[in-house]
Design a protein around this ligand. Structure first.
Ligand code: SAM
Length: 264
């Protein structure tokens, strides 16, 4: 396919971004409840940075990361090897279909970081998560919402709007963090068994801005190839991203909404 090199490049940039993540920061709402013997399933684990941190927190337990993207699964395996982790496994799988093969009461914790906001029917995944949790087990999710780009450089704003439009065009909700507790309730978790929290995603610093500048072109080209924007709009979005990332005063504010729910 003609767009393979472009996609591969963008995929690498995403991998680099996801590799910056830590359980301390990105599973902060869940950390107080993790016990050393817990069995944890990490849904949509990406290249495994958070998954590997979780494995270190459960030295007497096990962690399984699953992701539909086999390149990420291979990256996760390499990371586990590098960090000498014996209690984590990475498996390719689609959370929309493959959770049904897992027996009931298999895990103490099921965690999903920035996965459900990409899915057209997150409730089906949460229903399955509820089924495969042990009694008193915890379902945890983090989904973002309300991205604000400062200063309001038009190309950078347009890029974010295109991302949101793209996510909606796939039937998913880019602001799922605003309503994920309602979906968890629909999936069987009682209101009184939920704890909600929110924080803003970590300031990305100058390094993170460099990654945004590098990704602005490939992101815009990807949107263009999908027919969401014209070549002219793609160029404006690339320029906007690079301009925004080059400003010392620029900030990206995004609410990370965290939820933990206990199964009865
Ligand atoms: C935004 S990334 C988050 C990755 C990781 N949780 C992290 O925070 O670093 C979303 C991940 O979900 C995965 N994903 C998307 N749809 C999926 C599905 N249906 N089944 C399994 N994984 C999926 C993607 O491949 C991607 O790795």
């Amino acid at each position: 396919m003609a767009d393979q090199p472009q996609q591969a490049h963008y995929h690498k940039l995403n991998e680099r971004n996801f590799n910056q993540r830590t359980a301390k920061e990105h599973a902060r709402h869940l950390l107080p409840y993790i016990k050393p013997h817990h069995w944890i399933l990490d849904l949509g684990c990406g290249p495994g940075a958070i998954t590997a941190d979780l494995a270190e927190l459960v030295p007497k337990g096990e962690v399984v990361g699953i992701d539909v993207d086999e390149t990420f699964i291979e990256a996760g395996k390499a990371l586990a090897e590098k960090r000498g982790l014996k209690n984590v496994t990475f498996r390719p799988g689609d959370v929309k279909t493959d959770l049904t093969t897992i027996p009931p009461s298999s895990f103490d914790i099921i965690h999903a970081h920035q996965l459900l906001l990409h899915l057209p029917s997150p409730v089906t995944v949460v229903l399955e998560a509820h089924r495969i949790l042990k009694p008193c087990g915890i379902f945890s999710t983090v989904d973002s919402a309300l991205r604000t780009i400062i200063p309001a450089i038009p190309g950078a704003i347009a890029s974010n709007e295109t991302y949101e439009r793209f996510t909606r065009s796939r039937g998913a909700d880019p602001n799922f963090g605003l309503t994920h507790h309602i979906v968890a309730h629909e999936a069987g978790f009682a209101w009184e068994d939920m704890e909600m929290s929110s924080w803003t995603m970590r300031e990305m610093g100058e390094e993170g801005k460099k990654r945004i500048a590098e990704g602005a072109g490939p992101a815009a080209e990807g949107f263009m190839e999908r027919g969401l924007i014209s070549a002219e709009e793609a160029e404006a979005q690339r320029e906007g991203g690079v301009e925004w990332a080059g400003l010392r005063e620029s900030r990206w504010l995004e609410v990370a909404s965290g939820l933990v729910c206990w199964k009865r």
